[in-house]
Design a protein around this ligand. Structure first.
Ligand code: ATP
Ligand code: MG
Length: 775
């Protein structure tokens, strides 16, 4: 029996195997990057479902006959090859898939987990609970939230929604939102929720800190308004679930029974509330397995506490601890670089990681002259790798701040490199998408007054702020919802002349609510666009409106996809899904495109080639972190996470000068760069090379410098005389295809050309950089 199981998990090393076989009781797997922690979780689940405790138990199922035992012995000795029969025989005492809850940090990681489980287990994998903290809790709350005084169809507010409420509360309290920035107040409230502090609990601890006193007041109003609107914010999701479990033991019992085996990936980044949640669920069975790496803790600013890892053995007595030391992901060079950097941190448990993957190539460090040069270096390198046989999707570009992405993105567009940007201006943050989602939210939940206010006069319906305020006042006075007031506007004298407009709006919405009960989502969207006049408004906007319409079409394809993928679909289900949707989910590893993302979102992922852009003091580490040792340590852990994403080659770049946030800055190279031993690196410096070459060249600088070409900074120049594009000419572009030139503007030593492409509409490109070809 053991032979068979060992064979099944033959890829696991002995330590990993032990962790995979230890199913009961608390387990802590503490190990560095790329050592197979996530892999162990996956195999452990497979073990539970396929074999249960068969490995350790001496037990044999009663129905197994002497003949079966003889067969198993033969099989184990390699004398029989009927694995189907062998597996059937030992698949007893297994764990039911729905008794397992595996929690990961991002939706993307959860998706990947499910995918890898499906590959091992087939359809059985669908029943394993694999999700993020948030989606697991939303599912629980949808069933149970009525116990806490909310309605089941509660809305989930995003940051933007929350900020509006905060602004309103500050205004109500007559507090200057310049001194108390809504964002800061919101994040203080978020941290309080991470600590499971209610408005009352928070207020009790403010002392004579004026800022906190204000936050306490805002928190109280904020929370009340959310509850009145039957809405929760992101942090509430966890906190309310914890409250539910504490106040309603019978609910807790149900879920304890349901989730008898719990696993948490990236445990180093859990906060107090998440810990409490896991503790409540797991304390009875004790079957909790957490995996993490103290060196990869990068969410302190969101309340994550490394104490959760450090105190695991105290919190869960009898915990078995496994340490994994072999890294399977990276080359020796990359691993040495990562180890060298992280060894500068004083607050760490310390561990050694080694690899058998071989030395590999050196880390390429590129000192660009400016941010253009940096983007150019990255794009040229990717093109060269692709020409040498790599795929675009083998490349990821990591940066510290979203603001850096714009320059890189422009480089990719100009070079014709397909790319996918993750984070940044998210799809769901665009105005038209937020408007439509607001309409849908109101259709699903009439008491969502915040979203109702967003769309009541969008498009314009002659319902101005003062009318809206009058409605709000009536609602507050009578205890009715805003929507109720709108439907009965004629009963309120104070609404006067506006009665008809308000009632027309309410009737239109009522009609859509009825349509929502019967129509598929896509058709509902069409009806909505038509009846609300939203589509007509965009059509009247011309070019700008066209892009917005395209975005809404994209929303429609998301709806269709949702309906296809979910047998039980509903409007509220769709809204729930997209509210949990972060852009990381959009990244589909099957598409061949370079990935651009922040260092934070790269956690847990791996790529052959990793670029770390903007390795400069003031960016990474950032200005705020630079002078605070604890924050520098956190940034250094982020460097460790970033470096260890690379399997084969690591590139690090900085710029001597760059334009960021509209300012030109001159930053020194990042200290983390200096912490990598020079013998692991191969460094090239644009500025230095240019200077050397300028010195070696004749006094008169040629129009296109040779160094540009050698460095790949500029494309191989096409002499100006050869430039003959005129409006009306036909051209082709590698990515955008064929098109016609509309205008040409000389710019630097290139030309900005506006082209109406046949497939993708009008774009502006730099002619030489983009290698536009005349046809
Ligand atoms: P991180 O800390 O970055 O989350 P991790 O510890 O979770 O990393 P995994 O992502 O599980 O590591 O594994 C890293 C890589 O090593 C993966 O490509 C995985 O398939 C591979 N791997 C893990 N264990 C083994 C093994 N025993 N033999 C071969 N490859 C392995
Ligand atoms: Mg992992």
């Amino acid at each position: 029996r053991r032979r068979i199981i060992d064979d099944f998990f033959s890829r696991m090393n002995p330590m990993q195997k032990q962790a995979v076989y230890t199913l009961n009781g608390p387990v802590l797997i503490l190990a560095g990057a790329g050592s197979g922690k996530t892999t162990v979780i996956i195999n452990r689940i497979a073990n539970m479902v396929l074999f249960g405790d068969a490995y350790h138990s001496t037990w044999m199922p009663e129905q197994v006959t002497a003949e079966d035992v003889a067969f198993l012995e033969e099989y184990a000795d390699g004398e029989s090859w009927d694995s189907d029969r062998a597996f059937t025989l030992i698949r007893s005492h297994t764990v039911m898939p729905w008794n397992i809850l595996a929690i990961t940090f991002t939706n993307k990681a959860a998706g990947e987990l499910r995918e890898r489980l499906s590959a091992m287990l087939g359809p059985t994998a669908d029943d394993v609970g694999a999700s993020t903290f948030h989606s697991a809790c939303v599912r629980i709350l949808r069933r149970e939230i009525e116990r806490l005084g909310y309605g089941r169809s509660f809305a989930i507010y995003d940051t933007d929604d929350s900020l509006r409420v905060i602004k309103g509360a500050l205004k109500e309290l007559n507090i200057d939102d310049k001194r108390f920035a809504p964002k800061g107040v919101l994040s203080a409230i978020g941290r309080a929720k991470d600590e499971l502090l209610t408005p009352g609990g928070y207020e009790a601890g403010v002392g004579d800190d004026y800022y906190k006193q204000v936050v306490a007041k805002v928190y109280e109003i904020y929370q009340k308004q959310l509850q009145d609107a039957n809405a929760v914010d992101f942090d509430d999701i966890i906190m309310l679930t914890v409250r539910l479990f504490k106040e309603f033991p019978e609910a807790l019992d149900y879920y304890r029974n349901r989730f008898r085996y719990i696993m948490v990936d990236e445990y180093q980044d859990t906060n107090r509330a998440q810990f409490e949640l896991v503790r409540l669920l797991a304390s009875e069975s004790g079957n909790l397995c957490v995996v993490g790496d103290d060196d990869q803790s990068i969410y302190k600013f969101r309340g994550a506490t490394i104490e959760n890892i450090l105190q695991f053995e105290d919190n869960f007595p009898g915990a078995k601890v496994f340490r994994l030391e072999q890294n399977y992901r990276s080359t020796e060079t990359i691993l040495d670089a990562a180890n060298a950097v992280i060894s500068n941190n004083t607050e760490r448990k310390g561990k050694t990681l080694w690899t058998r993957n071989g030395e590999g190539v050196k880390v390429r460090v590129h000192r660009a002259a400016d941010e253009n040069g940096e983007a150019q270096f990255i794009c040229d390198t990717i093109q060269a790798n692709v020409q040498a046989g790599a795929k675009y999707s083998d490349h990821v570009v990591l940066y510290r701040m979203n603001a850096q992405s714009q320059m890189l993105e422009r480089g990719m567009v100009k070079a014709g490199i397909p790319y996918r940007i993750i984070g940044g201006l998210r799809f769901y943050e665009r105005k038209e998408i937020k408007d439509i989602v607001s309409y849908l939210s109101v259709l699903s939940n009439r008491s969502d007054s915040l979203r109702l206010r967003r769309i009541i006069n969008e498009p314009k319906r002659k319902i101005g702020d003062s009318t809206v305020n009058a409605v709000v006042e009536i609602a507050a006075g009578t205890g009715a919802t805003m929507f109720d007031v709108l439907e009965h506007a004629d009963e309120y004298a104070s609404l006067g002349r506006k009665t008809a407009d308000l009632m027309a709006f309410a009737a239109m919405m009522r009609g859509l609510m009825e349509a929502a009960d019967t129509l598929p989502l896509g058709e509902l969207l069409d009806e909505l666009l038509d009846r609300t006049g939203y589509l007509a408004m965009l059509q009247a906007e011309g070019f700008e409106g066209q892009t917005r319409i395209e975005n809404i079409e994209e929303l429609k394809s998301t709806m269709n996809r949702y309906e296809e993928e979910n047998a039980e679909h509903s409007l509220s289900g769709f809204l729930e899904e997209i509210s949990l949707y972060t852009d990381i989910d959009k990244y589909d590893p099957n598409d061949d495109a370079v990935v651009l993302m922040t260092m934070h979102s790269a956690k847990g992922l791996e790529f052959d080639n990793v670029f770390i852009a903007g390795a400069e003091e003031g960016i990474f580490p950032g200005v705020q972190a630079m002078y605070d040792p604890a924050q520098v340590e956190e940034e250094r852990r982020l460097a460790y996470v970033s470096i260890t994403r690379a399997k084969k080659q690591l590139y690090i770049s900085d710029a001597a000068q760059r334009m960021l946030f509209g300012q030109t800055m001159r930053n020194r190279p990042s200290r983390f760069l200096a912490e990598i031993p020079p013998e692991l690196c191969e460094t090239e410096d644009e500025t230095l090379l240019r200077r050397q070459q300028a010195a070696a060249m004749p006094a008169k600088k040629p129009r296109y410098s040779e160094s540009d070409r050698m460095l790949g900074v500029g494309r191989q120049p096409v002499p100006d005389e050869g430039f003959d594009l005129r409006p009306g000419d036909g051209v082709t572009h590698k990515v955008f295809g064929g098109g016609m030139v509309i205008s040409v503007t000389p710019m630097g030593n290139d030309h900005l050309v506006e082209v109406a492409f046949d497939g993708v509409g009008t774009k502006k490109v730099m002619a030489k950089f983009a290698r536009l070809k005349k046809v």
